[in-house]
Design a protein around this ligand. Structure first.
Ligand code: FPP
Length: 263
């Protein structure tokens, strides 16, 4: 049994689809950071003639297994796009449900974070959220700060463009005179200190980035699946990682074999 499979003992059934997928993964080629656009909650509900908020409730249930699967795989960072700065345009009841689901998740799932050695972080304009959400976020971050396993990052009231604006304004406020470098900008983003995503997953088939981690995804591999977020299961995540491992990443260069061919 591989080391990777051993980490999944008791979590997934031996000889299940998930087990087969894990057995095909290369533990040396895992993404250092997976970012997920959890899309399709509304359509999931619509397809069942349920209110949109029912889709978000079901979507929040899907979150747990994806977090635990990523942690067991040994992925260092997982970022989930839970609420964009543009999502305030939705009806107040929908916004309220999303915020309540988040608070509920944080309260109920703290033990899952602790058991899996996961530290919790929030990115976005957090200071604009309600006092109770902010308190819950702070408490979860503080309670898990000593955990050394995966970093779970939740993007809330997040906009990639605003993140860049905030970074530039921080640099302007620092009375430096030298020209700004890529490193300066990276170090002033909400994600400072985190590796850029190697893999970005979007559910529900839309081919869009939706203002998510605009700077950080410069070289990310993008994986879009038709599965709606509430239906997204560990097997779907494992399929995405396997697909990622089969890709050829060149970062604008060419592969060593191609260099030989052009001589
Ligand atoms: C997109 O679906 C999803 C969201 C705007 C919110 C994602 C939130 C959750 C999955 C639940 C709460 C999160 C946590 C971390 C517990 P959509 O409503 O845009 O779907 P549609 O495109 O089908 O309408």
């Amino acid at each position: 049994m591989t080391d990777l499979l051993r980490r999944f003992e008791g979590f997934i059934e031996p000889s299940s689809r998930e087990w087969q997928l894990v057995s095909q993964l290369d533990s040396a080629k895992l993404p250092r950071h997976i970012a997920v656009i959890m899309d399709g909650n509304g359509r999931w509900a619509q397809g069942r003639r349920l209110p949109r908020v029912a889709g978000h409730k079901e979507g929040s249930k899907a979150v747990r297994a994806v977090i635990e699967t990523s942690a067991r795989l040994g992925v260092p960072v997982l970022t989930l796009y839970a609420f964009s700065a543009e999502n305030w345009k939705r009806p107040a009841t929908e916004v309220g449900t999303l915020m309540n689901l988040l608070e509920e998740y944080l309260r109920k799932e703290l033990h899952t974070l602790q058991e899996n050695d996961i530290s919790f972080h929030a990115i976005g304009r957090i200071h604009e959220l309600s006092a109770s959400v902010q308190r819950e976020l702070r408490e979860t971050a503080a309670a898990t700060a000593a955990n050394r396993g995966m970093k779970l990052v939740i993007a809330l009231n997040y906009s990639g463009r605003l993140e860049l604006v905030d970074a530039v304004n921080r640099l302007l406020a620092s009375d430096r005179r030298e020209p700004i470098t890529e490193q300066d900008l990276s170090e002033n983003l909400y994600t400072a200190g985190l590796p850029d995503p190697d893999l970005m997953i979007r559910t529900s088939g839309e081919m869009r980035i939706s203002n998510f981690l605009l700077w950080q995804i410069a070289y990310s591999e993008i994986y879009v699946t038709d599965v709606l977020w509430p239906d997204f299961r560990p097997a779907h995540l494992l399929e995405a990682v396997l697909n990622f491992q089969r890709r050829e990443r060149r970062y604008g260069g060419i592969l060593p074999a191609s260099v030989l061919n052009t001589r």
